[in-house]
Design a protein around this ligand. Structure first.
Ligand code: UT7
Length: 324
């Protein structure tokens, strides 16, 4: 019997918009009735990057992808598929993924977008892994790219202070050894909770407003329970405990949620990759951006066991375990 196809992570990349907006900027320059103290205490956020007109979901995704390819030493022409997780595509179609293909000069392979809000990267990782395990692709770019600043109601202080823009990417390749690479992914969604975190208006209809709406406390409550379940599921599926995890690279919505999950796993703070303080919540981009940072600064190393978890609008949620 032939060996099962195993998927390894060989490249990481990220892009953050040039403009940085601090909490104080929001209060002073943007005139929002808020304070650095409120935002930091409730969320851990200190600043966020906001995209300018020339920084689009596709351009940021392409830059993050270029970096991931460079890291892995792979040429774009060798890539079989591009998957982009985004809730903020530049257009209804073409998909961001095919725009990325064009930016990278790819004339073969395929690309499509995945819509699972803040859980999008975990969904895209799971989808890419399944495509690869079924023999349909050997090298896949998995990207999370978002310009949430364009979805925010800047008069709603309960949401507009929470998000930022950016893109993160990984390159996946077949050929991992036993016990290496993507060990498992676990996806969930429950549409009954769609009304606690959503975008109003109709997609592609310019006459209706399109703004993110969130019942923050309700989402927080679901996040604590559902992320905990998704983490338990990942550990159980692999016969592991929290002690086996070297790094948690979580979705970056709120430092209090991240700390709660670390406590549950008995992980010390220096084993948790945190970017929410500088990036705020970049939705589907938050996990690959955090991973990119931690791999490039030498924290996450080959052989380390990395746990990812995310929850977002839908609600959608999930987890993934990767041996780097
Ligand atoms: O990525 C998708 C997943 N998203 C999440 O996981 C987000 C989960 N939720 C949260 O992170 C938190 O619920 C928030 C950070 C959104 C809010 O924190 P909270 O402790 O739940 O605060 P709250 O919404 O209950 O608001 C408390 C108070 C309210 O005032 P009153 O009614 O108590 O007088 C708000 O009006 O804080 C007020 N408030 C603000 N004050 C200053 C709300 N936003 C602001 C603000 N600045 N920006």
């Amino acid at each position: 019997m032939s060996d099962p196809i195993r998927v390894r992570l060989t490249g990481v990349g990220g892009y953050l918009p040039r403009d940085v907006v601090t909490n104080d900027d929001l209060a002073r320059k943007f005139g929002i009735e808020t304070s650095d103290e409120w935002i930091r205490t409730r969320t851990g956020i200190g600043q966020r990057h906001i995209a300018s007109g020339d920084e689009t979901t596709a351009s940021m995704a392409a830059e993050a992808a270029r970096q991931a390819l460079d890291y892995a030493g792979v040429d774009a022409s060798q890539v079989d598929a591009v998957l982009v997780a985004t809730a903020t595509p530049d257009q209804v179609f073409p998909a961001v993924a095919v725009q990325v293909q064009a930016c990278l000069g790819m004339t073969a392979g395929f690309g499509f977008d995945i819509s699972a809000a803040c859980s999008g990267f975990v969904y895209a990782l799971a989808t890419a892994t399944a495509l690869m395990q079924s023999g349909q692709a050997n090298k896949v770019l998995v990207i999370g790219s978002e310009v949430f600043s364009r979805l925010l109601d800047w008069t709603d202080r309960s949401t507009c202070v929470l998000f930022g823009d950016g893109a993160g990417a990984v390159l996946l390749e077949t050929g991992a050894g036993e016990g290496e690479g993507v060990l498992s992914t676990h996806l969930h969604s429950d549409g009954r909770t769609g009304d606690i975190l959503y975008v109003d208006g109709a997609a592609g209809c310019p006459s209706t407003s399109q703004h993110l709406r969130m019942q923050g406390r309700e989402v927080f409550r679901h996040a604590v329970v559902k992320l905990s379940q998704a983490v338990d599921e990942a550990l159980e599926a692999n016969g592991l405990t929290g002690q086996d995890i070297q790094w948690m690279v979580p979705h970056q919505a709120n430092l209090r949620i991240i700390e709660g999950m670390a406590k549950k796993l008995a992980l010390p703070a220096d084993r948790v990759v945190v970017t929410v303080d500088r990036h705020a919540n970049t939705s589907a981009a938050s996990i690959p951006l955090a991973l990119n940072e931690a791999v490039r600064d030498g924290r996450v190393r080959k052989g380390d066991l990395v746990l990812m978890e995310a929850l977002g609008g839908g609600l959608t949620w999930g987890s993934a375990l990767i041996r780097m």
